[in-house]
Ligand binder design. Sequence first.
Ligand SMILES: Nc1ncnc2c1ncn2[C@@H]1O[C@H](COP(=O)(O)OP(=O)(O)OP(=O)(O)O)[C@@H](O)[C@H]1O
Length: 244
Amino acid sequence: MSEQSTGHAATAVADGPPSGDMVVVEDLRRTYGSGDTAVHALRGVSFTVPRGELVALKGRSGSGKTTILNLVGGLDSPDGGRITLDGTDLAGLGDDDLLAMRRDRIGFVFQSFGLIPILTAAENVGVPMRLRKVPPREREERVQLLLALVGLADHAAQRPGELSGGQQQRVAIARALANRPVLIIADEPTGQLDADTGLAVMELLRAVVRSEGVTALVATHDAQLLALADRVLELRDGRIVSDT
Ligand SMILES: Nc1ncnc2c1ncn2[C@@H]1O[C@H](COP(=O)(O)OP(=O)(O)OP(=O)(O)O)[C@@H](O)[C@H]1O
């Protein structure tokens, strides 16, 4: 854990010593559009994600889950409130620091996998390390290790189209871990998978959160998967209505 949180090149100005929470969200507000057509996607959301935990966001379609993930992941900016990630206030970061934060400290996993079709599984896992200019030898070693971690050591040379949906999502999880992120953000990671495959992928996420000492924030409305979370936050109409 300590290596995870301190071993990174400083990508941003830390606001102070990291607290026990990897993510602190305070009174987050986000409105899309304005006037009569304004959609109040988040109406004052506060929660924390303790280090090393897997926290799930549940709620009906449109309740605000993706909006939260986009804001915590620095893909969008809030209209109000504050997000602190690993001790750093996102609002204090310029574009370059935000980009570096996303690249080096957050791993994203999407419903649609987001793999590059013309690249092999190994090459896809290596992409984030190429962007960070990790030397080829080190990169290849980590790719092998990560593919083994997700049970795909024998599929390194296959392209996404030659893999099942569950295997593709495993590649995406390996890719998300490539740069040793402190936080994994996953938006409906099992949404395109059948129930059994989805459960296996969620169990893998659960396992890597433990083995890699990473923290995860996962949106899902699948009750079976919610049971694997350390904590479940329920959203309704842009507000948290339960925290269990
Ligand atoms: N770019 C946008 N422009 C306008 N409205 C948006 C935009 N993105 C989201 N919304 C609206 O904000 C609200 C919250 O959407 P959000 O995608 O966060 O919900 P969600 O819980 O992730 O839903 P789903 O489970 O369907 O992905 C919804 O009413 C949605 O229509």
